[in-house]
Design a protein around this ligand. Structure first.
Ligand code: GRF
Length: 220
């Protein structure tokens, strides 16, 4: 490496569907929002995932790895690990990846896998989070970016954003309002963990540049 050259942080994205969060991360990367992050590959577990078209449009290398082509979850995840290693990936972002991450991936990327969930965790984990929020009758919901652990949406929280739940809301209108916030929150979290000093105290993500009034010192 020559002097003054940026040391990139390679990020791999795992998705199963539409890929709007993947696209938001790419857009922010191309706009220069991140100092270090470079999104180097997309891996999908479904050959019809919309995220594939986004990867094509942005010129990002993509791979299709289907669970049914492997006899065990370990072999399936080992194949994903090998692809991520071939791209020298350091951080993994799950963006609508509809599988519980297993030990093979977690042990290879400890505290290096992020997920985004369309609710204010620990409320409404798992599937249909927006429907759960509406049925429960909450007045506020939102999204959470968190580290992935062995549980379902249980890892340490990095960023949350809230939105109001309005009287006439349907699952679709609430999902759309939350999705707008997801597209900002995911990049904010990825930028924070790759550019700011942090540590884990139990399940608390502590940013070491944070002052008593909660403001980071190295971000505008
Ligand atoms: C998002 O709502 C995300 O929070 C959840 O799955 C959805 C994926 O949407 N995990 P997209 O594929 O990123 O558009």
């Amino acid at each position: 490496m020559t002097l003054g050259q940026t040391q990139w942080t390679n990020v791999g994205v795992l998705a199963s569907g539409r890929g709007s969060n993947f696209e938001a991360l790419l857009r922010h990367e191309r706009e220069g929002y991140f100092a270090k992050v470079r999104i180097v590959c997309l891996i999908v577990d479904k050959s019809d995932a919309g995220a594939l078209h986004i990867a094509e449009r942005y010129g990002v290398t993509f791979h299709i790895v289907r669970r049914k082509d492997f006899s065990s979850k370990e072999e399936f995840e080992q194949s994903i690990v090998s692809i991520l290693e071939s791209h020298e990936v350091e951080w993994v972002a799950l963006a609508g990846y509809m599988r519980l991450v297993g030990r093979t991936l977690l042990e290879r990327f400890p505290q290096r896998i992020l997920n985004i969930h369309p609710a204010l965790l620990p409320a409404f984990p798992g599937l249909h989070a927006q429907r759960q929020a509406l049925e429960y009758g909450v007045k506020v919901s939102g999204c959470t970016v968190h580290f992935v652990d062995e549980g379902m949406d249980t890892g340490p929280i990095i960023v949350q954003r809230c939105v109001p739940v309005l009287p006439g809301d349907t699952e679709d209108t609430l999902a759309a309002r939350i999705l707008n916030q997801e597209h900002e929150a995911y990049s904010e979290a990825l930028k924070a963990v790759t550019e700011r000093p942090w540590c884990l105290e139990g399940r608390i993500v502590r940013f070491l540049d944070e002052t008593a009034n909660g403001k980071g010192t190295n971000l505008p």
